[in-house]
Design a protein around this ligand. Structure first.
Ligand SMILES: [Zn+2]
Length: 619
């Protein structure tokens, strides 16, 4: 056990306590609603329960994930920086009977600098059987979770090559997907049901890849999966064909021309029934919405497309702009875990439960990530709030449309109470995506910063800035496909929002995101005066005006450093910030230790219930 693994275990208390993964930070607690899908009855296997409980308590548990494999988005090595991946082709046979996989991955790449070798990542649990370039065998050197392939000749900068890697074995089994990811194995009425979910661990958990969000295959991916007949495989992009083998396996060929972060490429297998309808987007393109549902749930899936998928798409296209992958599809697939924003094939495991505020929060959240996460991807792990803060905030904005201000503020209050303020949201010390996700505030405080900024700069500037963040234009309505993918950082966000606002808003964004605490508005009432002064973490400047309601009449009070005062008569009824525009410390959140204790217990309950509902097992 290495020091990194120890770190991982040491931080497990926090991780399990605050775990939200890719999914909404609050979904309805519908433990009484039995899964319509998993066929398992009774308690989950004892080893699953033991591992989940140990993880929740921060104790070691039997889990063979390699401590470096578990890190995605860690800094690239010099060799990894010296080449640019152009396309991946995965050709993999899935063998549910032995929980193993075997196949090849072709990596097409271009040398950025003169290149004698390339380096890729792969969990050491999986065996590399060989590598070839134009049928010539290449020498491979493995080192922990990475391996180096010697090229037969030096490639000059700009030259391209494609290497084919054969590999196989038993991929890591997810402990509590999607938060503790890997391969997810289940079954439905005797038919295998499987999925992959590796957001914080990365693609190298099940296939050889460059395990970073920072080098997407610019020319797309092909995912060719063979699975036992009866298992239908849903994956990214478009289905190019299904071939029946004479060995009892069918081969499903999915192809996409778009770039993908490694974790956003997923395979899902099960006895699916495809539910499909066409949708015409804001730019006039008609494309399919596909829902790969378990057969017993096909009717529910069809209904969910009408009640949620279509209105959600209309919402995002109206507020943000064209669906990014309308030249391929909008995809959902029913999975034996809660959810994940897999590009064009979102994992859906909410089991068609009626969500809070009149909509399916999970479906909405994962769909939001097609904009916030997939087409616009964070530039560094520390910018993960750009995915999760925005995706969470969009749920609140939509809740206002479905049930009015009650829904908006119900979600915002939930987010307020769930924020820990134990770490900065943008923390340059995080070394990988997993570490970034150990801080739940990337969801909740990220959403609250957006709320406060929106009120400060106004709707027009806020939404124009949001559209520019995604598309580089505030008027994306008629963009044609392919829509360009881009990376964004917190600095990009500040620059764009400042330009739209016509003033520098760095002080606002940075106070909320770079400090772990919140501003406190100190108020004192004496001698017919109300004195107001900001006390700000890090002593940062915070020229935030505050609404004060005096007997129902609202005055905007500008506060600039020095104590500011407002005349109020002694009997006046005062409400500070009556519309809750400003994220500030209201003294209602427990300290970090208190928060952890409550949430550990909640998570033990939550994960053991999920293990039962989804039929998770370890062996
Ligand atoms: Zn998310």
């Amino acid at each position: 056990m290495t020091s990194i693994l120890l770190r991982r275990i040491a931080t497990t208390v926090i991780l399990m306590a605050i775990v939200t993964g890719c999914t909404p930070e609050s979904t309805s607690d519908n433990s009484s609603d039995p899964a319509a899908t998993a066929s398992q009855d009774g308690a989950p296997p004892a080893d699953v329960i033991a591992a989940l409980e140990a993880a929740a308590r921060g104790e070691p548990f039997e889990d063979d994930i390699h401590p470096v494999t578990v890190r995605t988005g860690k800094p690239m090595s010099p060799i990894q920086r010296a080449f640019d991946v152009k396309r991946y082709v995965l050709s993999i046979r899935v063998l549910p009977a032995t929980r193993s996989i075997e196949g090849t991955v072709d990596v097409a790449f271009e040398a950025v600098e003169p290149l004698d070798s390339i380096e890729l990542d792969l969990d050491p649990t999986l065996e590399i059987l060989g590598a070839t370039l134009a049928d010539a065998s290449l020498a491979i050197t493995r080192d922990e979770d990475s391996f180096t392939i010697a090229l037969p000749m030096r490639l000059n900068a700009g030259a391209r090559a494609t290497i084919s890697i054969s590999y196989g074995g038993k991929p890591h089994v997810a402990l509590a997907p999607p938060w503790y990811g890997g391969f997810v194995w289940s079954e439905v009425d005797g038919t295998p049901w499987f999925a992959t979910a590796v957001q914080t661990e990365g693609c190298d958990l099940w296939w050889p890849c460059k395990d970073t969000y920072a080098d997407k295959p610019d020319e797309g991916v092909e995912v060719i999966i063979s699975a036992p007949r009866g298992v239908k495989v849903a994956s990214v992009g478009l289905l190019a064909g299904v071939e029946e083998g004479d060995d009892g396996f069918d081969t499903w060929r999915w192809t996409s021309r778009h770039p993908y972060a490694g974790y956003a490429i997923a395979i899902n297998g099960g006895p699916y029934e495809l539910v499909e309808r066409d949708y015409t987007g804001v730019n006039g393109t008609t494309f399919p919405i596909q829902f790969w549902a378990l057969p017993a749930n096909a009717g529910k899936a069809a209904k969910l497309i009408d009640t949620d998928a279509v209105p959600d798409l209309e919402f995002f296209e109206r507020m943000i702009g064209p669906y990014p992958w309308g030249d391929e599809k909008v995809g959902f697939v029913e999975t034996p875990h809660l959810g994940m924003e897999h590009q064009t094939i979102n994992a859906y495991g909410e089991q068609y439960k009626r969500g809070d505020h009149g909509f399916d929060q999970l479906l909405h959240h994962e769909l939001a990530h097609e904009w916030f996460g997939n087409v616009m991807t964070h530039g560094r792990p520390e910018d993960s709030w750009l995915h999760e803060g925005y995706a969470s905030y969009m749920q609140s904005v939509y809740a206002e449309e479905t049930v009015g201000r009650m829904g908006y503020f119900d979600r915002m209050y939930g987010a307020y109470q769930s924020s820990g303020h134990c770490l900065p949201v943008v923390n340059p010390d995080v070394g990988d995506v997993g570490e970034a996700f150990e801080n739940r505030d990337i969801y909740t405080k990220g959403a609250w910063m957006l709320h406060t900024l929106r009120y400060f700069i106004g709707d027009d500037a806020f939404w124009a800035g949001t559209r520019r963040l995604i598309y580089d234009t505030a008027e994306p309505w008629s963009l044609v496909y392919p829509i360009k993918s881009r990376y964004r950082t917190t600095e990009d966000f500040i620059r764009i929002m400042s330009e739209e606002a016509g003033q520098n808003v760095a002080w606002l964004v940075e106070t909320y995101l770079r400090e772990k605490g919140m501003p406190v508005l100190e108020t004192t009432r004496a001698n017919g005066q109300l004195f107001l002064e900001w006390s700000v973490p890090g002593g940062r400047p915070f020229p935030m005006p505050v609404d004060v309601s005096v007997d129902g009449e609202v005055t905007v009070v500008e506060i600039f450093g020095e104590a500011t005062s407002l005349a109020v008569h002694d009997a006046a009824r005062l409400v500070i910030d009556p519309e809750s525009k400003i994220l500030r410390d209201l003294g209602i959140i427990g300290d970090c230790a208190e928060q952890t204790e409550t949430k550990i217990n909640k998570n033990i309950e939550r994960f053991t219930r999920m293990a039962k509902e989804y039929g998770w097992s370890r062996n």
